[in-house]
Design a protein around this ligand. Structure first.
Ligand code: SAM
Length: 263
């Protein structure tokens, strides 16, 4: 099984305003409106920009193999441990949930990793549930069509195996193969809802780069719900700019931004 050492994406920009962007925005506001925004206003500005982006439905960033260390950990540590745990039991299907899946890059990356894993581990299968609040991004995820330049982080052997090229050489798009598309079940789900209509326990939850938009009380509630929906020994992966360290949660820390339910 290959490693996933594709370059770590430097994209803290979607979670936090960089100093450079903050300076550019402050200069623009000062020049055009006359209001002075000192460095102490950075958090305020960050909040306002995020709110405005939400309002305008500006699509948030996502990528294939975003934060590759997560997929490496999943492949090398989490899946073997989950398989050992269930080995003597009746269930031999990994149940994966990509919560806030955006346009599909995350769940299809998971599908590639899981497919590779189960091909090398006889008797195992997997299901992937991919949810998001936005119908627009879910529709794109369903089409599973991506521009050529977005696939560079996918290791070459996986690109060859799981992506179909357009027959038209002028058209620089690819599509995920039908076998993987069939594995990813897309559904609309609001993470802030009181409860989720999800049956059965998940073994792995990816909830990355969305919690950052929620206040602390909402984050704690969300994490409690994830805990309930995970099987004992199941894993939670969160975004690189997120942390559970300031929240009251029963999760056990395993590695940066990776947590496990005891059991
Ligand atoms: C930055 S993208 C993250 C995509 C992917 N998880 C990743 O890390 O690449 C954030 C996604 O969260 C979704 N989202 C925002 N609020 C949500 C909510 N309350 N419930 C479910 N999804 C939500 C947005 O529609 C968007 O697709």
């Amino acid at each position: 099984m290959m490693g996933y050492s594709a370059c770590e994406d430097a994209e803290h920009g979607d979670a936090h305003l960089s100093d450079k962007d903050f300076r550019r925005l402050s200069e623009w506001i000062h020049a055009n409106i006359g209001v002075c925004m000192g460095p102490e206003k950075k958090t305020l500005m960050e909040g306002r920009v995020k709110k405005r982006m939400r309002h305008l439905k500006i699509p948030p960033k996502t990528d294939f193999f975003r934060e590759p260390a997560h997929f490496e950990y999943l492949n090398r540590t989490a899946l073997p441990r989950l398989a050992d745990r269930n080995g003597s039991g009746s269930r031999n299907t990994f149940r994966i949930w990509s919560a806030a899946c955006s346009t599909g890059e995350e769940p299809y990356t998971l599908a590639m990793v899981l497919q590779e894993y189960v091909e090398g581990t006889s008797g195992w299968d997997y299901t992937i549930l991919a949810t998001d609040i936005s119908g627009t991004v879910l529709e794109k995820a369903g089409q599973a069509v991506y521009q050529d330049e977005t696939i560079l982080a996918i290791p070459l052997p996986l690109r060859k195996k799981y992506l179909l090229k357009s027959r038209d050489p002028q058209n620089s798009i690819v599509r995920i193969v039908p076998e993987l598309r069939a594995k990813v079940k897309l559904r609309r789900l609001n993470l802030i809802a009181d409860s989720y209509d999800i049956s059965g326990e998940m073994d792995v939850i990816f909830c990355r780069n969305v919690m950052i938009y929620f206040d602390r009380a909402t984050q704690e509630k969300l994490i409690r719900k994830f805990y309930q929906h995970l099987s004992p020994g199941g894993y939670l992966f969160i975004g690189h700019a997120e942390s559970l360290s300031n929240l009251k949660t029963p999760f056990v820390y395993m590695a940066p931004t990776i947590y496990r339910k005891d059991g």
